[in-house]
Design a protein around this ligand. Structure first.
Ligand code: HEM
Length: 154
C-alpha cells in the first residue's frame, strides 16, 4: 500500500494516467506488487544434487530465490526498472513466488489493493507525500514503517 503511494508520487505522470483511466487499477495493482516486491526472497533446501544454469547445487545446499532480482530481469520484463501503471503482462512477476508454495493469498492481496485504490480515487484528489519514507530494517520484508502524506479531498 505504502509502496504504491510512493511510486505514484515519484512518477506523477503515472498518477495522471491512472486518474484519466481508473480502469487501470487492477493492472496497476500487479505493477505495484512487482515493482515493490514486498518479500525480497525465500529459501529452499536442495533435496538432491542438481546442475542448474551452469551451477552445481549439492543435496542439502540452501538456495535463495531473489524475487526482487527476478522482477527486474530485463530479459523478461521490458524497462523493468520503470513503474508503469499500464504495463503489458503486469501480472507476470514473481512477487508471490513460484511453484507449489506460490502465495495462497495472492488474490486476496490483489483484491485489497484494488479496493484501496478504487476508494482513494473516489474520495481524494491526490495523496501527497510530504516527507521521506522510513524503511523496515530487513532484507526480507521490503516495506515501510512510516510515510507522511496529506490527503487532498475532492
Ligand atoms: C502483496 C502481498 C503478498 C505478497 C507479496 C506475498 C508473498 C508471498 C510469497 C513470496 C510466498 C512464498 C512463496 C514460495 O515460497 O514459493 C507466500 C506464501 C504464502 N502466502 Fe503470501 N503474500 C502476500 C499476501 C498474502 C495474503 C494476504 C495471504 C493470506 C490471506 C497470504 C498467504 C500466504 C500463504 C498461506 C503462503 C504459504 C503457501 C505455501 O507455503 O504453500 N499471502 N506469499
Amino acid at each position: 500500500m505504502t509502496g504504491g503511494v510512493l511510486q505514484l508520487n515519484r512518477f506523477p505522470e503515472q498518477w495522471d494516467k491512472l486518474k484519466a483511466n481508473p480502469e487501470l487499477v487492477p493492472n496497476m495493482v500487479s505493477e505495484i506488487i512487482r515493482y515493490q516486491t514486498p518479500l525480497g526472497h525465500m529459501r529452499r533446501t536442495a533435496l538432491e544434487d542438481i546442475e542448474f544454469q551452469g551451477k552445481h547445487i549439492k543435496k542439502g545446499d540452501r538456495v535463495v530465490m531473489w524475487y526482487i532480482s527476478g522482477n527486474r530481469d530485463e530479459e523478461v520484463i521490458e524497462e523493468a526498472d520503470k513503474f508503469k501503471v499500464d504495463r503489458e503482462n503486469a501480472r507476470r512477476h514473481v512477487s508471490f513466488g513460484f511453484g507449489i508454495h506460490r502465495c495462497m493469498g495472492n488474490r486476496v492481496a490483489e483484491m485489497q489493493l484494488r479496493i484501496l485504490w478504487e476508494e482513494i480515487l473516489n474520495r481524494f484528489e491526490r495523496v501527497e507525500v510530504v516527507g521521506e519514507p522510513e524503511r523496515v530494517l530487513s532484507n526480507f520484508v521490503l516495506g515501510y514503517t512510516s510515510l507522511p502524506v496529506i490527503l487532498h479531498a475532492k
